[in-house]
Design a protein around this ligand. Structure first.
Ligand SMILES: [Zn+2]
Length: 267
C-alpha cells in the first residue's frame, strides 16, 4: 500500500523542509519520484515568492544554456549500470577475502586433522565486502549517492549480490572434493550476509560486520580450533536451521526497508 505524505508535510517540504527531519525529507523525495499526484500537490503548495524565484532561475538557465557550449556526451549506459551495482573499493576487499579463503584451503590440505578452516570462515567470508559495499570511508562517491533517492536497501542488496557473486563461487570451488556438503558451505555465508544487512540497518554496516565477525570468531572459530572439533552449528543436521535463520533475517530486513534510508547518516 502506498502511503502519501499528508498535505502539511508537503507544504513544509515546499517551504524548504523547516521542521522536517532528514528521514522525512528523504522519504518525501523518494515518494515524489514515483507519485504524480503528490508532485501536483507539491506544485500547488509552492508560494508566490518561490514561484517567482523558480521562474527567474528557469529563464536564467535558458539564457545560460543557449549561450553555453554544447552539452557533453552522456555517460554510457553500462557505466551508470556499473555504478548502481559496484564500487571499486570492493575490489581489494574481495581479493583479500578470496586470498584468506585460499590460505584456509591450503591449511585444510596440509592439516587434515584440524577442523576445516574454509568451513569455519564461510559464514563470515562475505562480511568485509558487505561492510564496504555502502561505506562513507570506502566510497569516494558516497556523498553524491547518499543524496539521491536511489540510496537505500535496494542499492545495498545489489552490491551485496556482487559480493556474493565472488564469495559463493570461491567457497563452492574450495568445497569441491572436501567431502563437506555444499549447503553447509554456502547457507551459513548467506545467513552471515543477511545478518550483517539486518543488523546494519540498526548499527551501520561496519559495526554490524565487525560485531558479527568478532562474535563468530570468539564463539565458534577459536573453540573449534582449540578442541580440534567442528562445532555443532556446522554439523549437517544444522542445515535446516541455517535456512530458517536466513529466511527470518531476510523477512526482518524486508519489513524495515525504509530504515535503510538512514543508513548513510550512521556509518
Ligand atoms: Zn503520493
Amino acid at each position: 500500500m502506498t502511503r502519501h505524505p499528508n498535505l502539511a508535510v508537503i507544504a513544509r517540504y515546499a517551504g524548504g523542509g523547516d521542521g522536517l527531519d532528514e528521514a522525512t525529507v528523504w522519504s518525501v523525495e523518494a515518494h515524489l519520484e514515483n507519485c504524480a499526484d503528490c508532485r501536483a500537490r507539491l506544485a500547488g503548495s509552492v508560494g508566490d515568492q518561490t514561484r517567482a524565484l523558480l521562474d527567474r532561475i528557469a529563464s536564467g538557465l535558458d539564457v545560460g544554456i543557449a549561450a553555453g557550449p554544447p552539452p557533453a556526451h552522456a555517460a554510457r549506459p553500462w557505466s551508470a549500470m556499473r555504478r548502481r551495482w559496484f564500487v571499486w573499493a570492493l575490489v581489494p576487499w574481495l581479493a583479500m577475502t578470496v586470498a584468506v579463503l585460499g590460505c584456509a584451503y591450503l591449511l585444510d590440505r596440509l592439516r587434515p586433522d584440524l577442523p576445516s578452516l574454509v568451513l569455519l570462515l564461510a559464514p563470515v567470508a562475505p562480511l568485509p565486502g558487505v561492510a564496504v559495499a555502502w561505506s562513507r570511508r570506502a566510497d569516494p562517491a558516497w556523498e553524491l549517492v547518499a543524496g539521491t533517492p536511489g540510496a537505500g536497501l535496494a542499492m545495498l542488496l545489489r552490491r551485496a549480490v556482487v559480493v556474493l557473486a565472488v564469495v559463493v563461487p570461491a567457497l563452492a570451488l574450495l568445497g569441491i572434493g572436501s567431502g563437506i556438503s555444499m549447503a553447509l558451505m554456502l547457507l551459513p555465508s548467506l545467513a552471515g550476509t543477511a545478518a550483517t544487512i539486518a543488523l546494519g540497518g540498526v548499527l551501520g554496516l561496519h559495526r554490524a560486520a565487525t560485531g558479527i565477525g568478532a562474535a563468530w570468531g570468539v564463539a565458534v572459530v577459536v573453540p573449534s580450533m582449540a578442541t580440534m572439533n567442528l562445532p555443532v552449528v556446522l554439523s549437517p543436521g544444522s542445515i535446516p536451521i541455517w535456512a530458517l535463520i536466513t529466511a527470518a533475517l531476510v523477512a526482518v530486513t524486508a519489513t524495515r526497508a525504509d530504515g535503510y534510508r538512514w543508513l548513510s547518516s550512521r556509518d
